[in-house]
Design a protein around this ligand. Structure first.
Ligand code: C5P
Length: 203
């Protein structure tokens, strides 16, 4: 059986946590597509050309432990505006989505561009302040030296770039179920997501 769940939304809205939980609940594979852009962004920080890096990307590149830094996040959102970078990453994502046994992909353009025919689509949002606070606590816990103000600025800058870019901008698919996690606990957000996906399952 193949069943595709597309989960999109802005930075730090809870997509990662929800996607992993949905994948675990249904026994599906999960791809965090942000890692593809982060891996390309990380290579540009080392001086590589973004399009060449995207074309040469391998699954092993996604296992780099240093992809979760704020510097790499900014570099990722800068390479993500380049149409040739995006098109170089399409085949990898669609191949993942087509696997037997079901797949959850999370990102910005999964329900609109990568898998417009996905069986279930979610758009996960939260206020910029809530998202920045969560990302701040995550980064502090990992030992990063950041302030709340810097993290809010970073989140807002990435959102603006993601929403305003010409190719595959961040926007909810017209048939996506929106989940605003601003006032939800993780358990409540996951339950809402699981219910929305279940509603799209046959039988
Ligand atoms: O989701 P994450 O924060 O890891 O993504 C990093 C950046 O990669 C985003 O800010 C966005 O610019 C880009 N991205 C994208 N399309 C995706 C996933 C991520 O443009 N499907």
């Amino acid at each position: 059986m193949s069943f595709v769940v597309a989960i999109d939304g802005p930075a730090a809205a809870g997509k990662g946590t929800i996607s992993k939980a949905v994948a675990r609940h249904f026994g599906f594979a999960h791809l965090d597509t942000g890692l593809l852009y982060r891996a390309v962004g990380a290579k540009t920080l080392l001086g590589r050309d973004a399009v060449e890096a995207a074309q040469a990307l391998t699954p092993e590149d996604l296992e780099d432990n240093d992809l979760r830094t704020p510097e790499v996040a900014q570099a990722a959102s800068q390479v993500a505006v380049i149409a040739d970078v995006r098109s170089a990453l399409v085949a990898f994502q669609r191949h993942f989505a087509g696997r037997d046994g079901g797949a959850v992909l999370d990102g910005r353009d999964i329900g609109t561009v990568i898998c417009p025919d996905a069986d279930a689509k979610l758009f996960v949002t939260a206020s910029a302040e809530r998202r920045a606070e969560r990302r701040y606590l995550e980064l502090i816990e990992k030992g990063h030296d950041v302030t709340r103000g810097q993290v809010l600025e970073d989140v807002v800058a990435r959102d603006t770039r993601d929403r305003e870019r010409a190719t595959a901008p961040l926007i909810a698919a017209s048939d996506a179920t929106e989940i605003d996690t601003s006032d939800l606990s993780i358990e409540q957000a996951v339950a809402a997501a699981v219910a929305a996906v279940s509603a799209k399952m046959p039988g």
